[in-house]
Design a binder for this molecule. Structure first.
Ligand SMILES: Cc1cc2nc3c(=O)[nH]c(=O)nc-3n(C[C@H](O)[C@H](O)[C@H](O)COP(=O)(O)OP(=O)(O)OC[C@H]3O[C@@H](n4cnc5c(N)ncnc54)[C@H](O)[C@@H]3O)c2cc1C
Length: 597
């Protein structure tokens, strides 16, 4: 088949996708009232919409601020590019002089999906559930029903697992909505990383199985080389359900709550330049993500009373909304030069053969999500325990910041640093490793700037506030250096790129002091913002929702998305968000007397 055939197939698939995504309901066809209104068609919202509309007697409205997903978004290799489109909310952190120092304006970029499918459309598709202790900790914090024993059946329910390596079937599902697979293509670098890790003594593992420690090619939310967003997985198959309406390009401005009874009445949303009020007979579910959910709650009078009063917002429930902001960060830009031409350089891989392979067969290097290929989970406290609780993940990419122009722009690294450190190696082959802090101790806060729903909030991530976080990060770099010294990577000539960041050049290159400086300059978010509407028991002063995800002090309102995470798990947060949505949907069904499996 020719490139021409491939392009035709792409266009055709693109059209088909528009037809398989549920259509946008024009305002004149929207009902005045639904049983359930879900705000945000992201990872969580699509799941909740699917599960609630399983009851044909319930009417469900799913509201999304963003546009439809399109076929180009599902090209895995293009993941880095999506952040430059209107499908990104483009948040940025506030400068604090301690982190994100090497980025424009000393701000870290925080992309979030503004599209049907939400951040699952922008993400790198890495599928990791976390450690069993993460969920046992949630339960120990008073969150009844969230222990590992309780959540494992939901993880199995989510998955359609097709990883070919041997694994324990009791831990996986094979008929869920969400496809989980390996990428159909691997670079020689990825193979060398897996081999080097094993040479260093790290076992190959199914990290979504009974134990998590080890090295693995990435398990991905990928269906035969195509991105499996939550919309593709959960909405496309049910697009014809008559009791589910989807309203796109629709921004919810506030939740309407009766101030006397504290009962939710509905929502107010902006669509096509007009305000619409839609009533909810039973409940409103907020699934707007870890930035927008707390923002919407606060705009609606749910939040810290002092903060809301200062902005002139009448307080309906005084709760610690916006606190407990968590994220996973890594040192960015840790680059290794190699002496074989095997890295994922865009100008090399975007050739006719690879395009044809992708367009016609969904094979080849274009199936690798943004270049990410392998990860290692490691527990520094118990380095020899195969059932350890990892505090470090090493995420390996088969290319580096110089492999594709989109990367430096995604990161927002200043021209001064890029030109000094990375420009000199633009013509070379290289790969990159992100040592990522899995159980950070530092927590931040999100606050409104004003009472206007269009204004982006203040984001204070507070990275490295706890010195232990920096200590662990530096140990992570040392682990990277050990693994890359093993024979398999040495056979490719792997060598740490050693031009220092100019602002750190006064420290000996390779010393702990140097890497600390590097971490503060190249503070790289892994995009796992969470925790801002914390789940907790009544005794937890910081809790916003109870363990059944109901907002304290308000009737008929739940939050279901990454913002309810009480303590960030040792996982990329997409899988845990699917879990929250699946489990939360069952809670709604149980509370309204609809039988669950
Ligand atoms: C660039 C990037 C890479 C990532 N990589 C990975 C990865 O590889 N693996 C992984 O596990 N996780 C990854 N993540 C994180 C993961 O995707 C998120 O944790 C997860 O998608 C969060 O789901 P959510 O439902 O909480 O929010 P989202 O998926 O962000 O959904 C929120 C939705 O609500 C909509 N919305 C917001 N406000 C309103 C409003 N007022 N009115 C109407 N609609 C509204 C938004 O437009 C959005 O569609 C990544 C995230 C990003 C951004």
């Amino acid at each position: 088949q020719s490139l021409f055939d491939g392009v035709i197939k792409l266009i055709q698939d693109g059209q088909e996708q528009l037809e398989t995504e549920p259509p946008d309901m024009p305002p004149k066809l929207l009902h005045k009232e639904y049983d359930f209104i879900i705000v945000g068609a992201g990872t969580a919202g699509c799941v909740v919409a699917n599960r609630l509309s399983e009851n044909p007697n319930w009417s469900v409205l799913l509201i999304e601020a963003g546009r439809p997903e399109n076929y180009m978004m599902d090209f895995p290799i293009l993941a880095n590019y999506l952040q430059f489109t209107e499908s990104n909310w483009r948040y940025q952190t506030e400068p604090n002089g301690k982190a994100c120092l090497g980025f424009d304006g000393q701000r870290c970029n925080w992309p979030r999906g503004k599209v049907v499918g939400g951040s699952s459309v922008l993400n790198y598709m890495i599928y990791t559930r976390g450690n069993r202790r993460d969920f046992d900790n949630w339960a120990a914090m008073g969150n009844v029903g969230w222990s590992y024993k309780d959540v494992l059946p939901y993880f199995r329910k989510i998955e359609n697992f097709s990883i070919p390596t041997p694994h324990d079937q009791r831990y996986h599902g094979y008929d869920g909505y969400l496809d989980v697979s390996y990428a159909p293509y691997r670079t020689k670098i990825a193979d060398a990383i897996v081999n080097s890790s094993q040479q260093y003594g790290i076992p190959y593992t199914d990290y979504n199985g009974p134990t998590q420690i080890g090295v693995s090619y990435l398990q991905l939310t990928l269906n035969e080389g195509v991105r499996e967003s939550s919309s593709r997985a959960y909405l496309h198959p049910i697009r014809t359900r008559p009791n589910l309406h989807l309203s796109k390009y629709s921004m919810v401005k506030r939740i309407i709550i009766d101030p006397a009874t504290k009962k939710v009445q509905g929502i107010e949303m902006q669509k096509n330049g007009q305000t619409h009020i839609i009533r909810a007979r039973k409940e409103v579910v907020v699934s707007a993500g870890a930035i927008n959910s707390p923002q919407l709650l606060m705009l609606s009078g749910i939040g810290p009373s002092k903060h809301l009063k200062q902005l002139g917002i009448p307080v309906l429930s005084n709760l610690r909304v916006g606190f407990n902001l968590m994220d996973h960060i890594a040192i960015g830009g840790l680059t290794f030069l190699i002496n074989e031409p095997v890295s994922l350089k865009t100008e090399k891989i975007m050739n006719l053969k690879n395009l044809k392979d992708y367009l016609n067969r969904r094979q080849g290097p274009l199936t690798i999500p943004g270049g990410c290929e392998v990860l290692v989970f490691h527990d520094f406290d118990h380095p020899n325990d195969p059932d350890g609780y990892p505090d470090m993940e090493l995420l390996f990419q088969g290319g580096s910041i110089v492999s594709d122009i989109s990367l430096r722009k995604d990161f927002g690294i200043t021209d001064e640093i890029y030109n000094a450190v990375y420009k000199p190696i633009e013509s070379k082959d290289s790969f990159m490793v992100f040592p990522m802090l899995l159980r950070p101790k530092s927590k931040g806060r999100l606050m409104l700037k004003n009472a206007n729903y269009k204004t982006k909030p203040f984001i204070f991530p507070n990275y490295f506030a706890d010195p232990k976080d920096m200590e662990t990060m530096i140990k992570g770099v040392r682990l990277v250096l050990n693994i890359t010294s093993e024979p398999a990577l040495q056979a490719l000539g792997a060598k740490l790129h050693n031009i220092p960041i100019p602002q750190c050049a006064d420290r000996p290159f390779g010393s702990d002091a140097y890497f600390e400086c590097m971490a503060r300059h190249f503070t790289f978010t892994i995009y796992h913002q969470s925790g801002t509407c914390k789940m907790g028991p009544k005794t937890d002063k910081r809790a916003v929702v109870d363990p059944r995800l109901k907002v304290y002090g308000i009737q008929g309102l739940r939050v279901m998305d990454a913002s309810v995470i009480p303590e960030i798990p040792a996982a990329h947060t997409n899988a845990p968000t699917f879990l929250i949505a699946e489990k939360g949907s069952d809670m709604i069904k149980q509370d309204w007397g609809f039988k669950t499996q």
